[in-house]
Design a protein around this ligand. Structure first.
Ligand SMILES: Nc1c(NC[C@H](O)[C@H](O)[C@H](O)CO)[nH]c(=O)[nH]c1=O
Ligand SMILES: CC(=O)[C@@H](O)COP(=O)(O)O
Length: 161
């Protein structure tokens, strides 16, 4: 199912585990900050809406999506129950988009393998700014909300396994 066929912000609170005892780290890329700030707000609001205390959410900023890898690796050392990596990569004139997207995807995948802390992939990889706007609080909802719900579910899975 493509994003255009679902709303990224919709969730059923009855299906969300109790998150009041979990701690979350959120690492936010500064590139395309008009997008990443919207993603962060969606994630933050969803965590609070599901009972996470404000002081159980740690936010760090990094320069770009490629730096999310190192930022998340260090965030894991803060003994959080899950990490959300927030970025927005938008196609430019060159192949750099391909390498940044592949690099951050593989790096976050590796963290999920190498460490015992779930790292949720909230990195938009869009062809245009409008696509990014549509997915960070626009007509398709907010990927940050979706990522927060995933983080709660993965923190719960970790705590029960
Ligand atoms: N073009 C975008 C970038 N590029 C920067 C890289 O992520 C990285 O910070 C740089 O290569 C230094 O290591 N980053 C984004 O997050 N979004 C872009 O559209
Ligand atoms: C994803 C990128 O690095 C890209 O936006 C940079 O733009 P360009 O390919 O025109 O240098």
């Amino acid at each position: 199912m493509a994003t255009e066929n679902k709303n990224l912000s919709q969730y059923d609170k009855n299906t969300i585990p109790n998150a009041s005892n979990f701690r979350f780290g959120i690492v936010v890329s500064e590139w395309n900050e008009n997008i990443t700030e919207g993603l962060y707000q969606g994630a933050f609001d969803a965590l609070i809406d599901n009972g996470v205390p404000h002081n159980s959410i740690i936010r760090w900023d990094v320069p770009g999506s490629f730096e999310l890898i190192y930022g998340c690796k260090k965030m894991i050392e803060q003994n959080v129950d899950a990490v959300i990596a927030i970025g927005s990569v938008i196609q430019g004139e060159t192949k750099h988009f391909d390498f940044v997207c592949a690099g951050v995807t593989q790096g976050i995948k590796d963290l999920n393998i190498i460490t015992d802390t779930p790292v949720v992939f909230c990195v938009l990889t869009d062809n245009t700014m409008q696509q990014a706007i549509d997915r960070s609080g626009g007509k398709h909802g907010n990927k940050g909300t979706e990522a927060a719900i995933a983080a709660i579910k993965m923190a719960n899975l970790k705590s029960n396994s």
